[in-house]
Design a protein around this ligand. Structure first.
Ligand SMILES: Nc1nc2c(c(=O)[nH]1)N=C([C@H](O)[C@H](O)COP(=O)(O)OP(=O)(O)OP(=O)(O)O)CN2
Ligand SMILES: [Zn+2]
Length: 164
């Protein structure tokens, strides 16, 4: 069973090594689909009626989206751009790698996996797929497995409560 939720945000970026126009600062209206796959468990309210509530998906993913919205997404090693953003007192979102669609998808998938593991396991979710659309015609997709571990409904609820 799969559930998906779509997100969107606006952000600026550049790929300084790019041979084409992507080396220049420019913006995208990013679109992202977060898909969770698994088998619903009886441990959660409603039992097997839903894999995971869409509102839980939002609680896990939205803080990341809010952090990137109207920011410049920048590679930590791009000090020239980081200094310029700081001088402009603009919003920045620093990643440990270049801001390609592939890397943003990977960053979101791994953050969801790491921050949401307990909640996802409790709901029987074993796979996270993230598609990041940079333009109308281009997207990158990344898949990550939720590592096995103890499924603890009580602590999962605490994690969700802390995100409220
Ligand atoms: N595999 C990837 N290729 C490219 C990425 C990327 O993240 N992953 N990113 C870019 C640029 O950031 C970019 O802004 C996209 O530009 P472009 O290819 O020009 O996209 P368009 O939709 O405007 O292209 P059309 O030619 O109008 O279809 C580049 N490549
Ligand atoms: Zn771009």
């Amino acid at each position: 069973m799969k559930v998906s939720k779509r997100f969107r945000w606006e952000a600026a970026h550049r790929l300084p090594w790019h041979e084409g126009s992507c080396r220049f600062m420019h913006g995208h209206s990013y679109r992202m689909m977060v898909e969770l796959e698994g088998e619903p468990t009886e441990n959660t309210p409603g039992g097997s009626a839903m894999l995971i509530d869409f509102k839980h998906v939002k609680r896990i993913v939205k803080p990341l989206v809010d952090a990137m919205d109207h920011a410049t997404i920048v590679n930590a090693s791009d000090t020239e751009l980081r200094e310029a953003i700081e001088a402009l007192e603009s919003k920045v979102y620093v990643m440990p790698y270049d801001s390609t669609a592939e890397n943003i998808a990977r960053h979101v998938a791994e953050s969801v996996r790491d921050d949401g593991a307990s909640v996802l396991r409790t709901h029987g979710v074993h796979t996270i797929r993230v598609q990041v659309w940079e333009t109308e015609t281009c997207y990158a997709e990344v898949e990550r497995e939720v590592p096995e571990g103890r499924s603890d409904p009580a602590s999962a609820e605490e994690v969700l409560a802390a995100m409220r």
